[in-house]
Design a protein around this ligand. Structure first.
Ligand SMILES: Nc1ncnc2c1ncn2[C@@H]1O[C@H](COP(=O)(O)O)[C@@H](OP(=O)(O)O)[C@H]1O
Ligand SMILES: [Mg+2]
Length: 279
């Protein structure tokens, strides 16, 4: 095998695709009879592969991975944040080796993903993400910032009848925020349940849905890579109160977000304000 690409966005695409291929092979090898074993093996195989390649090809960079021991605890009072190298590093890879672990373990489902993002201290975007890739192995595609997908098209029919058009809103199939049913009724939206934050944001990027709303809990690795791609595509991405998403914070919890077409952002933020009280 030759060397991976040097440019970070291409490298992220290469790495996410490789981990995705390993996950597809693991599904073939283990089958779906023991879902717990398949989930555990998926998390481990992908994490080990990504960690090994980052250590080999980007040895000077820090890493924040869902599967690293203590990754959720860096914010805890008893943890000495000086000892957490990513907090002083200039470049940090934020990775979710298998997003949508539950869906990965269910036969026939394609809503699971591999997330590889790069945060840089001098990044010029508000969220500091300078590269990212989302592999959707069972959908046979990888979205990445090196060649960001084109902004999702809107049909003439939808554009002229925008007021009456039903907004398609991707939501967690297992943990949908409770306020979303009322919010959808309020704005005439249709909820589209799906697994994996990466798969839902990818669905906004490709125009299969118009927006993704999440609240109630998540971590930086759940959204970093797909937000990097969505932003590179020109979509809106923010917290549900409209403030900027921030990455490589001492506390890696990032509990809510909105990703949507630019033309829907103010309408959805206003609806979120009415239904959650955030402002
Ligand atoms: N309330 C919550 N608290 C913590 N993590 C949550 C969460 N709701 C969703 N997530 C995480 O966000 C990702 C997408 O969730 P969902 O499929 O429900 O939309 C999943 O990542 P993982 O599969 O990597 O664990 C899931 O664990
Ligand atoms: Mg995840």
């Amino acid at each position: 095998m030759g060397s991976p690409p040097m440019i970070d966005g291409e490298f992220a695409r290469w790495l996410a695709a490789r981990a995705g291929q390993a996950l597809l092979e693991l599904r073939d090898e283990l089958g779906f009879t023991d879902q717990g074993a398949l989930k555990a093996a998926g998390d481990k195989v992908s994490h080990d592969l990504i960690r090994t390649e980052l250590a080999r090809w980007r040895p000077a960079d820090a890493v924040l991975s869902e599967e690293d021991e203590g990754s959720r605890l860096a914010w805890a009072a008893e943890v000495n944040t000086d000892a957490v190298s990513r907090l002083t590093a200039d470049r940090v890879w934020i990775i979710d080796p298998l997003d949508g672990t539950r869906e990965f373990s269910e036969e026939g489902r394609s809503d699971w993903a591999v997330h590889v993002a790069l945060w840089a201290r001098n990044g010029s975007t508000p969220h500091g993400l300078v590269a990212g890739a989302v592999a959707l192995p069972a959908q046979h595609r990888v979205l990445a910032t090196d060649h960001p997908p084109a902004y999702p098209p809107m049909t003439v029919e939808a554009a002229t009848a925008r007021g009456g058009r039903i907004i398609r809103l991707a939501v967690s199939r297992s943990r949908p925020p409770v306020f979303l049913t009322d919010l959808a009724g309020d704005i005439g939206a249709q909820l589209v349940p799906m697994g994996s934050a990466g798969a839902k944001i990818a669905a906004v990027v490709t125009g299969e849905v118009d927006a993704y709303i999440h609240a109630g809990g998540q971590y930086e690795w759940d959204s970093a890579a797909p937000v990097a791609v969505a932003t590179a595509t020109g979509l809106h991405a923010s917290r549900i109160d409209g403030s900027a998403l921030k990455y490589n914070e001492a506390d890696p919890r990032l509990p809510d977000l909105l990703v949507c077409r630019k033309d829907l952002a103010s309408r959805l933020l206003a609806a979120l304000q009415r239904h959650t009280g955030v402002a």
